[in-house]
Ligand binder design. Structure first.
Ligand code: SF4
Ligand code: SF4
Length: 193
């Protein structure tokens, strides 16, 4: 895998990324669509006390760089969409405050917890490789101390909840009967909308 960081770090030196420290600039909460699972939505709904319809959004194909064959696409009668957190006008995640802080930190999506790492685990669950996402400019520092255990735990959590959600998306997409609407999909996932 090529080094996506562009900082001159050799690929073999990936353990250096355990010294990553987020400087809290908020770029990754402002310039991205955060794709979420139903487990993320339930955690946020419970933790924040907002109905899911107030913070979920389905990003249309025209607004998202995601492979055409990606399992994250949900089919609707009016076109496909990927389930994400809503943005405020201007493009930032609706949960980012003026100080560039996450207002739902305890309940945030698992993908926000894993960012900016792209993690590869071995068959035995050991940490094989870490790369840094280059999805946005990330003015990080190098005086952090991230534990392998935490990286592995978050990566496994993300994989497990994504697998369950994407199985549900696959079943929904294959359904032939009935209308396919966004509220209908949320009800199919068990939400009261
Ligand atoms: S939920 Fe929090 S961490 Fe995730 S994008 Fe929104 S503000 Fe950022
Ligand atoms: S872009 Fe990088 S430094 Fe900025 S908030 Fe995100 S992870 Fe932290």
């Amino acid at each position: 895998m090529a080094n996506p960081c562009g900082d001159g770090t050799p690929d073999g030196d990936w353990q250096r990324y355990l010294n990553f420290r987020c400087t809290g600039c908020g770029n990754c909460c402002r310039r991205t669509h955060v794709l979420v699972t139903d487990e993320d939505l339930r955690r946020i709904e419970r933790g924040v006390g907002l109905p899911v319809a107030d913070f979920v959004h389905f990003v249309p194909e025209a607004d998202l760089k995601l492979e055409k064959r990606s399992a994250w696409w949900v089919r609707f009668d009016s076109g496909r969409g990927a389930m994400a957190l809503r943005h405020r006008p201007g493009g930032a995640c609706m949960f980012l405050d003026e100080e560039q802080r996450c207002t739902i930190y305890e309940h945030r999506p698992v993908t926000c917890r894993e960012h900016p790492f792209e993690v590869e685990l071995s068959d035995t669950g050991a940490l094989n490789f870490i790369a840094l996402s280059d999805i946005v400019e990330c003015p990080h520092d190098w005086d952090g101390n991230i534990s392998r255990r935490d990286v592995i735990k978050t990566s496994r959590w993300n994989e497990k909840q994504s697998d369950v959600f994407l199985d549900d998306v696959g079943r929904w997409n294959r359904r032939r009967k009935g209308r396919k609407t966004r509220p209908g999909f949320l009800r199919y996932l068990g939400f009261d909308v």
